[in-house]
Design a protein around this ligand. Structure first.
Ligand code: SAM
Length: 166
């Protein structure tokens, strides 16, 4: 059963620091069929329902050329997650594991990622398949799927100088 806000047997919460290091821009909003965490899939599926990723102005200008890619990596902010559980018991059986060994939405920085199929671009909205987040989830970033890129050629002797910061 998906957690809502309880702390289960074996789990450990921490006191969160007062401040944070970085501010994010929410560059859009994701529209999906799921309105509660209990019915939302745990991971997106290639044959899942189509969902809409709305990109806000002025960031929508950055969608130029995105239609060239059949798959995208989507990063989103799991805004309804608590952030303080460092040990978690996904099966509610008292056996807890560290947060960084899980893909749980409950994390210090609740960032979710999915690889999605880009079905269509409609102005500032992307129609995609493969998401697993709630309707209204804030969008953080979009990138072409890394597996579509070939590795750069290996560095050659003399490519870099000592102190080169590039
Ligand atoms: N695919 C992403 C990943 O691996 O980084 C997210 C995986 S996470 C296990 C997916 C679950 O997060 C969903 O089943 C739902 O319970 C929860 N979830 C989805 N959207 C959320 C949101 N906006 N806030 C909090 N929890 C959310």
């Amino acid at each position: 059963m998906v957690r809502l806000n309880e702390v289960r047997a074996g789990e450990q919460a921490i006191d969160l620091p007062a401040g944070s290091d970085a501010a994010l821009y929410f560059i859009g909003r994701i529209h999906t069929p799921w309105t509660d965490r209990l019915t939302c899939p745990r991971q997106g599926r290639p044959d899942g329902p189509t969902c809409r990723i709305e990109v806000f102005a002025p960031w929508n200008r950055g969608l130029d050329s995105i239609a060239e890619f059949e798959r995208l990596e989507v990063l989103y902010w799991l805004h309804e997650s608590r952030r303080d559980l460092v040990m978690q018991s996904p099966r509610s059986d008292g056996n807890a594991r560290g947060v960084f060994s899980l893909r749980t939405p409950v994390r210090p920085n609740p960032i979710g990622t999915s690889i999605v199929e880009l079905v269509k671009v409609e102005g500032s909205t992307l129609i995609v398949r493969g998401l697993d987040c709630l309707d209204g989830t804030p969008l953080i970033d979009l990138k072409p799927d890394r597996s579509l890129f070939k590795p750069l050629a290996p560095a050659q002797a003399g490519d870099f100088q000592v102190g080169d910061k590039s």
